[in-house]
Design a protein around this ligand. Structure first.
Ligand code: ATP
Ligand code: MG
Length: 553
């Protein structure tokens, strides 16, 4: 795209802050909680945060927001790092909110000393009661007026492990009648005797999200802390803590999270799909995870292009997954090497073909002059696709039929002379003649045919399994569909073709190649592939067949 793109609203803020001299350079962060694998929604946040720093010459930290010991794991930390790198971004520093536990504890002490936090013995039910409702003021906790000295002593005892889970919490002392419910004396520390994936058993009190996030931003001198819209009501609290603690004035900005048709995107739901075995792991090619998309053959370039095209909005919306597939197709068309694979083989015997066979050539990618050519063996016995033949063909059927001619891609024109069947009437092979003068590239036959078929040489072909994927959900807006999201799973989302034949060039290729199987779609090699059996994933179809089906239905 050559035309100048207009700035999104966050870029406008950044440009204003730079030109006013408020900042000399910007610092952003991507702050995943390591409680699952990253999904395409995170990719949007990654592209935004790293994109801002790249564009304006700043830096981006990767910060693991690991303040919840129960759901987090180092497996997730590693997968997140892999995915961010694969998407093409480098972080300035790798940070962990848990590295700040001591500092955060100090911040809590400071609040207590300022008379702005207190230890509360109320039960969680009582605290919920005290909160009031959006239209009704809350009520003060009976523990709200403890002295600073008592609060300090109790908070230290909380840290020392003298209480059980839930026995006490630390709350900020703000205003129980505040119109923003988040400002009604929010809990900032809770007791949790749980093992943490990094700090082990060092702590039994953990800061709440609101007491960790903004302060971590401030510790790292984050200038623009970008998050999704649901944090708008948290912003007042974010600012309040920073002001009271007199720390670096990070600012929070919110944009609309990515929602996509036929897809779920919350880690909690994705975890259910994995645990309840609706899919084969976090990197199942049907998942909306980065690792699933990578395994399916999506490219980082295509995902970045998609994130760029959807832009940054201030209102929630639902993006058509077809747009992502469009971006994938557009990129793969440029880089995928062309190959021939027959999914449902029907044997063709060329009765007039003599000799051992020959080597033909075909270009790897007509879209890319530098991609070169490949060898394709041709011989007397070939396979074509069973559904490229019809014994009784309608008018305007341009594929193979008795007495009819087609071109075999990059090879010869053949004519079908005879149909051979077994005792049950199933067609077992076709006897055809080939036209020697019709060789692609030096065709002097003068014969014009309308149909071109893909094919493989029977003797040279290699066996392959091909996995075809469909949408994992049957409804467009899964998030707002009735009932449980799992009620809407498409149980036919995986079709396995296990008797395909691939041209031999595929056996020798490197694992990260992307392919266009002629007339079939875009494919990549799966990690389940072995030297005995190639396994391919269909990345995306050649055209948006789904859009048509929906209209027909
Ligand atoms: P989930 O609900 O999937 O667990 P989350 O927001 O809890 O998502 P985090 O690990 O806390 O996940 O998110 C890391 C960053 O990614 C946050 O800044 C968050 O706002 C952003 N993010 C998460 N989901 C999306 C999405 N669908 N679109 C855009 N940004 C997202
Ligand atoms: Mg979260």
């Amino acid at each position: 795209m050559s035309e100048e793109k207009s700035l999104n609203f966050i870029e406008e803020i950044v440009e204003a802050d730079l030109s006013s001299g408020k900042y000399q350079s910007i610092v952003t962060r991507f702050p995943p909680e390591p409680n699952g694998y990253l999904h395409i929604g995170h990719a949007k946040s990654i592209c935004l945060n790293f994109g801002l720093a790249n564009k304006y010459g700043g830096k981006t930290n990767l910060r693991f927001d690991d303040t919840n010991p129960v759901t987090e794991d180092t497996e997730y930390v590693e997968s997140i790092k892999d995915d961010v790198r694969w998407l093409g971004f480098n972080w300035a520093e790798e940070r962990y909110a848990s590295d700040y536990f001591e500092q955060l504890y100090g911040f809590a002490i400071k609040l207590i000393e300022k008379g702005l936090a207190y230890v509360d013995d109320s039960t969680s039910e009582a605290i919920a009661q005290q909160k009031g409702t959006p239209t009704q003021a809350g009520t003060n906790s009976p523990f709200r007026d403890r002295s600073v000295a008592e609060n300090l002593e109790l908070f230290k005892a909380m840290r020392a492990g003298q209480f059980k889970d839930g026995e006490k919490v630390l709350r900020a002392k703000i205003d129980m009648a505040h119109p923003n419910m988040h400002m009604r004396d929010p809990i900032i520390y809770r007791i949790k005797h749980a093992h943490h994936h990094r700090t082990g058993d060092q702590w039994c009190i953990y800061p709440m999200y609101d007491f960790a996030h903004g302060q971590s931003d401030a510790i790292e001198n984050i200038t623009h802390s970008v998050c999704t819209l649901e944090f708008i009501p948290h912003r007042a609290l974010y600012d309040w803590f920073i002001e009271q603690l007199e720390i670096f004035p990070s600012k929070q900005y919110e944009f609309a999270r990515l929602n996509m048709t036929y897809t779920v995107m919350s880690k909690r739901k994705l975890l259910q799909l994995v645990n309840e075995k609706y899919v084969n792991g976090w990197d199942d090619p049907r998942m909306s995870t980065i690792s699933g998309m990578r395994r399916r053959g999506y490219t980082a370039e295509a995902i970045r292009e998609f994130c760029d095209r959807i832009g940054i909005a201030k209102r929630d919306n639902l993006i058509d997954v077809g747009l992502l597939e469009f971006c994938v197709r557009e990129h793969l068309n440029k880089i995928a090497v062309r190959r021939m694979v027959v999914f449902d083989p029907l044997k063709v015997v060329l009765t007039n073909y003599e000799g051992e066979g020959e080597v033909l050539w075909s270009e790897n990618n007509p879209e890319d002059a530098t991609a070169g050519n490949r060898e394709i063996p041709f011989s007397k016995e070939l396979y074509i696709e069973r559904d490229d033949f019809m014994e009784v063909a309608p008018k305007k059927y341009f594929r193979l039929a008795p007495g009819q001619m087609v071109r075999l891609k990059s090879a010869y024109i053949i004519r079908c002379d005879e149909v051979v069947k077994d005792a049950n009437g199933i067609i077992t092979e076709l006897h055809c003649t080939y036209i020697p003068e019709s060789k692609s590239g030096s065709d002097t036959s003068g014969i014009n045919v309308k149909g071109t078929l893909h094919w493989v040489s029977a003797r040279h072909a290699v066996k392959a399994e091909v996995r075809l994927y469909d949408r994992l959900f049957k409804v467009e807006d899964v998030g707002n569909a009735e009932g449980d999201f799992k009620d809407h799973i498409n149980t036919d989302s995986l079709e396995i073709i296990n008797n395909a034949y691939a041209e031999p060039a595929l056996a020798a290729d490197s694992s990260d190649n992307r392919y266009q199987f002629l007339r079939k779609g875009y494919f990549c090699l799966d990690k389940d592939s072995t030297t005995e059996k190639l396994v391919f994933n269909r990345t995306v179809t050649l055209k948006d067949t789904w859009a048509k089906e929906v209209k027909k239905g």
